[in-house]
Design a protein around this ligand. Structure first.
Ligand code: GUN
Length: 284
């Protein structure tokens, strides 16, 4: 069997078209959606992500502002900028690109963002709401994964889902969403004793570890849906996921490629959250 490849670019293009319409409607009503992106330091991958987020805003008619700070900027300077953006009615979403430099207290910065503008869904209040099954903003990558599954008409009820990775950005919110969709969820991580034992039981396997090609075809149940959240750079400069695509695609029924799978969906859901936030602001 060769798996069907889930095209995140194609689904993103479709979703972004309807987001562009919604943004235009809100703009016509005098509430143009606005996103502020904060980048601290010179992490090259973060610089690429931020550039892509700003470009995506432009393409759908979302106003964007980008604030860059040198790595040695005192945290208070960034906290002051966040406070100003919290109070700015032209801004509906505030995103602090992670990781922050080591002398920053990440949770202090994330909690400083107004929960109503936390389009990344990283604020403790929004994580709590998601855990309660009543989300305000869903973190963009797991949200994108759920949209991809839903676009394929995949019902998760009663399915064995295995999430590899327990990060705050992907693994934990992904787990909460899969539980919310009535899957039976197992979470694996660096201390899991027999990873393959668990992954081979998965009807839906989500890899979010950040280790190139660590999930190989022999670790996958025949016919499984394989979602690869990893973005890793190989020594030759090429991008690859956490899944060894060549061997996995011979076993899975559906698989996301890297690049062109979950990645574009992450940015699409950031746009969706920003527009949703503007929509709520316009209704207030
Ligand atoms: N760094 C890696 N992924 C993300 C993300 O989704 N949002 C932010 N803010 N930073 C990240």
């Amino acid at each position: 069997m060769t798996a069907k490849i889930l095209d995140g670019n194609a689904l993103s293009a479709k979703l972004r078209e309807s987001l562009r319409h919604r943004a235009a409607e809100l703009t016509a009503q005098g509430c143009r959606p606005g996103l502020a992106v904060i980048l601290v330091g010179e992490n090259p991958a973060s610089q690429v992500y931020v550039r892509n987020k700003i470009k995506a805003c432009e393409a759908v008619g979302v106003h964007s502002e980008r604030y860059e700070f040198a790595a040695d900027t005192p945290p208070q300077t960034v906290l002051d900028k966040i406070a100003a953006l919290n109070a700015d009615p032209a801004i509906h979403g505030i995103l602090v690109q992670l990781p922050l430099p080591p002398h920053y207290d990440e949770s202090e910065v994330l909690e400083a963002v107004a929960a109503e503008k936390d389009v990344d869904g990283f604020h403790a209040e929004n994580v709590g709401l998601l855990a309660q099954g009543n989300p305000r903003f869903i973190s963009c990558t797991p949200y994108g994964v759920m949209e991809m599954l839903s676009a394929e008409g995949i019902s998760l009820r009663g399915m064995e889902a295995v999430v590899v990775g327990r990060s705050n950005i992907v693994g934990k919110p992904m787990t909460l969403l899969l539980i919310g969709a009535s899957a039976t969820v197992t979470v694996c991580h660096s201390q899991t004793r027999d990873l393959a034992f668990h992954t081979r039981r998965a009807d839906i396997l989500v890899a979010a570890v950040g280790k190139a090609k660590m999930i190989t075809g022999d670790m996958i149940k025949p016919g499984a849906v394989v979602i690869d959240v990893g973005i890793n750079r190989l020594p030759d400069g090429k991008l690859c996921g956490d899944v060894d695509f060549e061997s996995a695609k011979e076993v899975a029924s559906l698989i996301t490629p890297v690049p062109g799978g979950v990645g574009p969906m992450t940015i699409t859901m950031l746009l969706a959250n920003t527009i949703e936030s503007a929509d709520r602001a316009s209704a207030r």
